[in-house]
Design a protein around this ligand. Structure first.
Ligand code: ZN
Ligand code: ZN
Length: 425
């Protein structure tokens, strides 16, 4: 493997991390870029960088079909337009952050202490943090309670509102599931606050060591490869493929796996996409584990510069159909600005695409609990302001096939747009 290849992979991953720093301000950002370029050039010339740096559970990692040539890899490759991605990471968009307070609901701990009538309830806390109650089991997804999605307390994307419930107010949580190690999904302070809880942590391969270093007992950690599962009481929890990347502010990107989750109860089934681009495996997830009563699918923080790292709204709706979901809750929006689009654009575009696809979407406020099999009118209300947004026709997000920018999945906009198999880059 060439040094140039390694350097380009590192830069690509770093650009994805860099999008987390979009709010750091114009003065600091160029310094950060210069630092990234300098460190990359140093590392690419360094013999040590060429050695495999498999970290935790090296035997399990080496045995994984996803671990190839010294790092985890997507089954279908990934494309990032690096110059455009750097530009996008630095630029903003009109209304990319809320101009007035987001009308959140303070989640009522007393309500959470009572089982939902239907047996299935979801509470969205903004971004990809949710509480799922499925057949009596409580699961937290990608919990982030910190002020910023960043390794640095005073720098990086800042949340738009305080947590709608304190971590200490939760009833007993059975499992925390974490899709990957990016800062907006794996939050050190939140994990440390759970040191003395009793829950399991179910994470993709390679992430357990970090949790242990943060004080989580090894017996509480379950690491899984794609298509592997574990039990939480009567609930089966499987990790399923996703098309993304991993890495924190450290030169070793893609040394921990990323994934989505299928949560399979006796009565109800839920799919959580984690962060992902479109992939052929969506259909297989539906065939193996569907139909799902609810799908939490990432719908925000997209850009045409990183078409394989995030689905974008239309492909989120397509994914909901492919995994065979009855109801979609769009997540990965509504808390942080990590990409240059209006903050309300993900949900607007999801609703437009869902109308075409005849898919049910629930749109709770942050903090609001919904029983998706018996939705009430307030569960589908427009609680966000009406702002200008860019439509799928103007700026389509279309994943590549095998990471080749000239070969794309078919666009998933409404039929008014001619179907194209390939979109010129
Ligand atoms: Zn991510
Ligand atoms: Zn993310």
């Amino acid at each position: 493997m060439s040094q140039r290849y390694l350097g380009s992979q590192y830069l690509q991953a770093t650009v994805m991390q860099f999008s987390l720093f979009a709010e750091m301000g114009r003065r600091a950002a160029p310094i950060f870029i210069a630092g990234v370029l300098l460190i990359s050039s140093m590392l690419c010339g360094c013999q040590a960088w060429r050695a495999s740096t498999a970290g935790d559970r090296p035997a399990a990692i080496a045995a994984s079909p996803e671990w190839r040539d010294g790092r985890f890899r997507n089954a279908e490759g990934s494309h990032t337009d690096l110059p455009k991605a750097l530009l996008r990471a630095l630029s903003g968009a009109p209304d990319d952050v809320p101009a007035s307070p987001v009308p959140v609901v303070m989640t009522d701990p007393a309500m959470l202490a009572m089982a939902p009538d239907s047996g299935l309830r979801v509470t969205w806390f903004g971004h990809s943090s949710t509480l799922l109650e499925i057949d009596g089991i409580r699961i937290l997804t990608d919990p982030i309670w910190s002020e910023r999605a960043s390794p640095i307390g005073w720098l990086g994307p800042r949340r738009w509102y305080a947590p709608v419930i304190a971590l200490t107010q939760f009833p007993r949580i059975d499992a925390v599931i974490i899709s990957h190690d990016h800062y907006d999904h794996l939050d050190q302070a939140t994990i440390i606050a759970m040191r003395h809880w009793t829950n399991l942590f179910i994470v993709p391969l390679g992430m357990g060591g970090r949790l242990e270093r943060w004080g989580i007992a090894r017996t509480r950690i379950v690491e899984l490869d794609w298509w592997q599962s574990t039990q939480v009481g009567a609930l089966a929890v499987a990790i399923v493929p996703a098309r993304h990347s991993s890495g924190r502010l450290d030169p070793r990107s893609d040394h921990t796996l990323w994934g989505g989750f299928a949560l399979l109860g006796a009565r109800y089934r839920v799919y959580f996409s984690g962060d992902t681009g479109l992939q052929h495996a969506m259909t297989e997830i539906g065939e193996r584990y569907g139909p799902f009563d609810l799908a939490l699918i990432e719908s925000g923080q997209y850009s045409e510069a990183w078409p394989d790292a995030h689905l974008g709204p239309e492909q989120a709706v397509l994914t909901a159909k492919q995994v065979n979901a009855r109801v979609l809750l769009p997540v990965h929006w509504g808390l942080f600005k990590l990409a240059p689009h209006a903050w309300t654009e993900p949900v607007e575009r999801v609703l437009a695409a869902a109308r075409c696809a005849d898919l049910k979407v629930i749109t709770p406020r942050p903090g609001q609990s919904v029983e998706p099999t018996v939705p009430r009118p307030e569960d589908v209300q427009r609680w966000w302001p009406t702002l200008r947004w860019t439509s799928a026709n103007e700026k389509p997000i279309v994943a590549t096939i095998n990471g080749s920018p000239a070969q794309r999945f078919a666009p998933t906009t409404c039929p008014v747009v001619p179907t194209r198999e390939a979109v010129p880059d």
